[in-house]
Design a protein around this ligand. Sequence first.
Ligand code: FES
Ligand code: FES
Length: 154
Amino acid sequence: MATKALKVNGKRVSITIDDPEMPLLYALRDNLALKGPRFGCGLAQCGSCTVHVDGKAVRSCVTPLSSIRAGQKVVTLEGLGTRQRPHPLQKAFIEEQAVQCGYCINGMIMESAAFLASNKNPTEAQIKQALANNLCRCGTHARIVRAVKRAANA
Ligand code: FES
Ligand code: FES
């Protein structure tokens, strides 16, 4: 057993782990009960587990805990906004009703948030390119792209 210090959604936390190579996703969901990031493929192929580490979108299913330093800022969907003050992307996804089953939406929002932070006025083609590796089995892509555009214009 070992202790691992993390900074998640602005709070310093400490978790007890058996395996330092455990995926960050398991620590977030199982140790910290943050259910925004989803387990999809477990192979870095679908994007449903995406979180931010120091502002960059990373696939937490293949990010070993050992690679995260205590001072790095991990942000999950829960840390992006609140019910009272949702992030512009969260608001836009609701306004565009860009969700069917919802499984991919954590990844779509987290990937888009990191993308919009560096490209505030993207074209539709750039949005599609940014989300090209995030899979949605429900075929909600057109609404998702509209939601990202709406958030960019907000
Ligand atoms: S669950 Fe991580 S990319 Fe699919
Ligand atoms: S809304 Fe169902 S997988 Fe995207």
